[in-house]
Design a protein around this ligand. Structure first.
Ligand code: EPU
Length: 417
C-alpha cells in the first residue's frame, strides 16, 4: 500500500489542469450498456473508481479500448447480467448498471453494496422507482434480482434527492414504454451531463438540472462520441489548497459555473477568485476568516467538499460550524485532523471548529476519498511532516494528485509501504 508524505507548510504557486469528472464518467460508461456499437469518450480520468467500472463492464461482456484518456466501448456481446459483490463492495456506484441492464436486457442481478464509511447509503429509492416502472424485484442472497419484460413510464417522487438514483432511473426510462416523470430529482451537474449524453444517443429527456425531469421512452439508442466535463470537486479541492497555503494558482479547465456556493464561501474567507482567459486564478489571503457551512444537494454546498473545507477552517481565524446534511456519518476525517492539532468538536450533524494559526504534521490515515483529500490539504498547510497511509482512497477520485501538487511547488512524494 502506498503512503503520501508531505513536508509543510508550502505556498502553492503555478498552473494546474483539472481532469475529467469521476462522477460524470461513472454513469456515462454505464450508459454505454444502452447501445450496441462503439462509443468514444474523451477526457476519461485515470482513477481507481473508473478502473472498477471498467472491470464491471468487462465482466458484463463489454469490449473496451483505451488510449491515454480516451476510452472506446462497445456492449454488443453481453455474457453476464450480474454486478458481483467483489466489485460492488469496492464501489457503490457499480449499482449504476442496474437501470441500463434491466431496461435493455430485461433482467439484472446486482449485489447490494453493504456498509459504507460515510453513511448507510441504501438503494431503496432506486428500487422503489424501478418497481413503479413495473420491475419485479427480489432480494436474494445479498443480491437485487430484477426482471421486467418492458419497463413502463411512471410518475416517481424521490423522498430524498439522490444523484445515482436519478441517473439510474433516467437510463432505465430512456428505453421504457411511455413517459417517466421524476419529481425531486437530483440537479447535480453530473446528472445534466448524463442527460446530455443520453439525448445525444437519441433519448428524449427534458428538465435535467431542475428537480422535475421527464423522459419519453424510445425504442433504441445510438452510440456517440463525447468529451467528459471537468471534475468540479477536484477543481474545488485545488481552490481550497491555494487558499489554505496563501498561494496563487491558475486552475485550467475549471468548471467554475458549477462551483458557485464554494466560490461564495471561499470569497467570504478572504480568498480571491477571478476568471481569467478561460482559467480561474485563486489567490489566498494572509488571514483566513472563518465561515459556517451547511451541506445540501446541488445547488447547495456539496458534501463532497465538506472535509476539505473543514481542513481550511482548522487554520481560520475564529469559530466555524460545519453541518453535514447529506450523509449521516461523514466526519471520519475529524479524528485524523485532530491528530494534526485541529480543535474540532462533533455535536450530532455539526462540527464546531476553533481555528488555530498552524496545524502540525503527523502520521494520519485516510478513511474515504474526500477525507483523504482533507488530510492532504491539512498536510500542505501544516508545519512538519504529514504521512498519509491508505492512499488508495485518494486514488479513487484524484488523478495524479501528488504530481499536480508537486507541480505547484508542494513538497510531496508517494512511497511504497
Ligand atoms: N439515499 C437513500 N436511499 C436511496 C438513495 C440515497 O436514502 O435509495 C440517501 C443516501 O443515504 C444519502 C442521500 O440519499 O443520505 C444522498 O445520496 P445520493 O444517492 O445522492 O448519493 P450517491 O448517488 O450514492 C453521489 C456521488 C457521491 C456524492 C453524493 C451526494 C456518484 C458516483 N457519487 O452518491 O460522491 O457524495 O452523490 O452528492 O455520483 C464522492 O465522489 O466522494 C462521492 C461520495
Amino acid at each position: 500500500m502506498d503512503k503520501i508524505i508531505i513536508e509543510g507548510p508550502n505556498r502553492l504557486v503555478g498552473e494546474v489542469t483539472i481532469s475529467g469528472s469521476k462522477n460524470a464518467t461513472l454513469p456515462i460508461l454505464s450508459a454505454a450498456l444502452l447501445t450496441n456499437d462503439w462509443s468514444t469518450f474523451y477526457n476519461v480520468p485515470k482513477l481507481r473508481d473508473i478502473a472498477t467500472m471498467k472491470a464491471l463492464l468487462l465482466h458484463i461482456g463489454a469490449e473496451i479500448q483505451e488510449d491515454g484518456n480516451t476510452l472506446k466501448i462497445r456492449t454488443k456481446n453481453i455474457k453476464s447480467l450480474e454486478a458481483p459483490y467483489e466489485l460492488v463492495k469496492t464501489m457503490r456506484a457499480s449499482s449504476l448498471v442496474l437501470g441500463p441492464l434491466l431496461t435493455r436486457f430485461k433482467r439484472a442481478k446486482v449485489s447490494l453494496p453493504g456498509g459504507c464509511a460515510i453513511g448507510a447509503r441504501p438503494l431503496n429509492l432506486h428500487l422503489m422507482a424501478l418497481e413503479k416502472m413495473g420491475a419485479d424485484i427480489k432480494i436474494e442472497g445479498g443480491y437485487i434480482n430484477t426482471k421486467a419484460d418492458k419497463l413502463k413510464g411512471a410518475r416517481i417522487y424521490f423522498d430524498i434527492s439522490t444523484v445515482t438514483g436519478t441517473e439510474n432511473i433516467m437510463m432505465a426510462a430512456a428505453l421504457a414504454d411511455g413517459v417517466t416523470v421524476l419529481e425531486n430529482a437530483a440537479q447535480e451537474p453530473e446528472v445534466v451531463e448524463l442527460a446530455e449524453v443520453l439525448n445525444k444517443m437519441g433519448a428524449r429527456i427534458k428538465g435535467a438540472g431542475t428537480d422535475y425531469i421527464t423522459i419519453e421512452g424510445v425504442d433504441s439508442l445510438r452510440p456517440i462520441t463525447h468529451t467528459i466535463m471537468p471534475d468540479r470537486i477536484e477543481a474545488g479541492t485545488f481552490m481550497i489548497a491555494a487558499g489554505m497555503t496563501k498561494g496563487d494558482v491558475i486552475i485550467k479547465n475549471c468548471p467554475i459555473q458549477n462551483l458557485e456556493t464554494l466560490v461564495m464561501k471561499l470569497k467570504e474567507t478572504g480568498v480571491e477568485i477571478k476568471a481569467e482567459n478561460g482559467s480561474v486564478r485563486v489567490s489566498g489571503d494572509a488571514h483566513i476568516r472563518s465561515v459556517d457551512i451547511k451541506t445540501l444537494p446541488y445547488p447547495g454546498f456539496p458534501t463532497d467538499m465538506q472535509a476539505q473545507m473543514m481542513a481550511m477552517m482548522g487554520i481560520a481565524n475564529g469559530l466555524s460550524v460545519i453541518t453535514e446534511n447529506v450523509f449521516e456519518n461523514r466526519f471520519m476525517h475529524v479524528s485524523e485532523l485532530k491528530r494534526m492539532g485541529a480543535d474540532i468538536k462533533i455535536e450530532g450533524r455539526n462540527a464546531i471548529i476553533k481555528g488555530r494559526p498552524l496545524l502540525s504534521g503527523a502520521p494520519v490515515m485516510a478513511t474515504d476519498l474526500r477525507a483523504s483529500a482533507s488530510l492532504v490539504l491539512a498536510g500542505l498547510a501544516a508545519g512538519g511532516i504529514t504521512e498519509i497511509s491508505r492512499v488508495y482512497h485518494l486514488d479513487r477520485g484524484y488523478e495524479r494528485i501528488e504530481e499536480k501538487l508537486a507541480g505547484l511547488g508542494a513538497k510531496i512524494k508517494r512511497v511504497k509501504e
